[in-house]
Design a protein around this ligand. Structure first.
Ligand SMILES: NC(=O)c1ccc[n+]([C@@H]2O[C@H](COP(=O)([O-])OP(=O)(O)OC[C@H]3O[C@@H](n4cnc5c(N)ncnc54)[C@H](OP(=O)(O)O)[C@@H]3O)[C@@H](O)[C@H]2O)c1
Length: 428
């Protein structure tokens, strides 16, 4: 099988290194071994890993080449990648891609084109780098009813939150972000990662496969970690939790909710132990129960490993995932609005130290049907008291109404904060 690799960056270097080193792969594939016919990128690369491979400067010339059977799209972005992948599929060539943004926005259209052309569009590398979660959702859980997915699916945000929570660390969000950029864990423009869009792309793809529903990136509620401060992390720890940036997709027979936001997870949960740039996806399904997939979510080696796994499937002629997955005409569940979803909450308020103040806070919450699971207070030298509460799970609409009421109380100081709580065990 002859492949053409488009893009000459991080992931391309991982793929080429693996293919050049992988004698085991050749032995397993025999005559159908994977050969790199050519590479293309918009400028020449001096990366020694690519030495000796025929190199073109026009990626769009690759799909029509007669000496290429499969296109590997590793240029990233949306517009040019869409044009390239469409051209390849239209030429009757299978495509392997690592591009989550492209799939989240155009997956249905591209999958339909692949199907009509009788070729494959494979994308293991697009979600959580080296973790084989796409294959697991498509194939391994086929005998199950998947109820939920909850994961740490962006390494940059997990690195930042882990560093900010280290004992003795008083580093601000901005300081840790600069460190992440220096170490190569965050892009020069980190907006997509810290704002949650990258996680939203991955969640939309996983949810479509897990629940056999259409891809619906526009239905993913997306909140980043920009507003989290060191005090939030300290209070969460005192109350028995860790703050993580989660992608959560939950389904019942009639509805589907997809959300990406920071959340407290119980200290004892598996997700709480995931540190640094590591990714983890918790899949909750019946009858299998709870399974956790964890590993490196990015980088040349891990992402290259997933691209090569797709190439291996194509080369050995393995039947690939159901061709319908990601198509528009799947599923029947209604997307839930965020206001209808349920979460627990950690609320932090600074209140004037007045007699009866706590009972007033309690009755505002009770008026909205909310109950307090834990509460801690600390007096400040300026005559105010910091009150931090964990609230039991409640409908978002009720919680937001109670927060508005609390904020408008004359003895509640400006700057009240709230972070959702998510307990993976709450999904059955
Ligand atoms: N890096 C990871 O760990 C990782 C993990 C999972 C998925 N992915 C996905 O994998 C894909 C590639 O990521 P990467 O990290 O390898 O990116 P990268 O290091 O920036 O490499 C992209 C390569 O494609 C070239 N390129 C970009 N736009 C092009 C265009 N319009 N026409 C021609 N060539 C173009 C770039 O050229 P220049 O050098 O001139 O820009 C570069 O050689 C992305 O979709 C990304 O989301 C990456």
């Amino acid at each position: 099988m002859r492949i053409g690799i488009c893009g000459a960056g991080t992931v391309a270097s991982g793929v080429v290194s693996i293919l050049q080193d992988s004698k085991g792969l050749e032995a397993r594939l025999g005559s159908s071994a994977i050969q790199i016919a050519a590479m293309a990128s918009r400028r020449a690369s001096d990366n020694p890993v690519f030495a000796g491979i025929p190199f073109e400067l026009d990626v769009f010339a690759m799909p029509s080449r007669a000496d290429i059977d499969v296109i590997v799209e590793l240029i990233g972005g949306i517009d040019d990648a869409l044009r390239l992948v469409k051209a390849a599929l239209s030429e009757g060539k299978s495509v392997v891609t690592a591009n989550k943004a492209l799939l989240a926005h155009h997956g249905a259209e591209l999958m339909a084109l692949a199907q009509s052309q009788g070729v494959s569009l494979l994308f293991e590398a697009a979600v959580c780098g080296g973790i084989p979660i796409i294959k697991a959702l498509n194939e391994s859980f086929v005998g199950n009813n998947v109820r939920g997915i909850a994961g740490i699916i962006n390494g940059t945000t997990n690195f930042i939150l882990t560093k900010m929570a280290e004992p003795g660390a008083n580093a601000s969000f901005e300081t840790v972000l600069s460190e992440a950029q220096r170490l190569g864990y965050a892009e020069a423009d980190p907006t997509f990662d810290i704002g949650g869009m990258d996680a939203a792309h991955k969640l939309a793809i996983m949810a479509a496969l897990a629940f056999d529903e259409p891809l619906q990136i526009d239905q993913v509620f997306t909140e980043g970690i920009q507003e989290i401060d060191g005090e939030d992390l300290k209070w969460a720890e005192r109350l028995g939790y860790r703050v993580k940036h989660l992608g959560i997709a939950l389904a019942d027979d009639t509805s589907l909710e997809m959300r990406v936001h920071p959340a407290l997870v119980p200290d004892q949960s598996q997700l709480a132990s995931i540190q640094g740039v590591t990714n983890a996806v918790n899949v909750l399904a019946r009858p299998v129960g709870e399974t956790l997939f964890t590993g490196p979510g990015a980088g040349a080696g891990p992402t290259g490993s997933s691209v090569v796994s797709d190439l291996f499937d194509l080369a050995r002629g393995a039947p690939t995932r159901p061709p319908q997955s990601l198509s528009e005409d799947r599923g029947s569940r209604k997307a839930k609005s965020m206001l209808e979803t349920k979460s627990g909450w950690m609320v932090r308020l600074s209140v004037r130290d007045r007699p009866g103040m706590m009972s007033q806070v309690g009755s505002i919450l009770a008026d909205h049907g909310l109950s307090i699971d834990q509460i801690q207070q600390r007096d400040a030298p300026d005559g105010t008291t910091t009150v931090v509460m964990i609230l039991d799970s409640a409908v978002e609409r009720d919680f937001q109404a109670s927060l508005t009421a609390l904020k408008s109380h004359p003895d509640v100081m400006p700057g009240a904060r709230a972070i959702r709580v998510f307990d993976p065990e709450s999904i059955g």
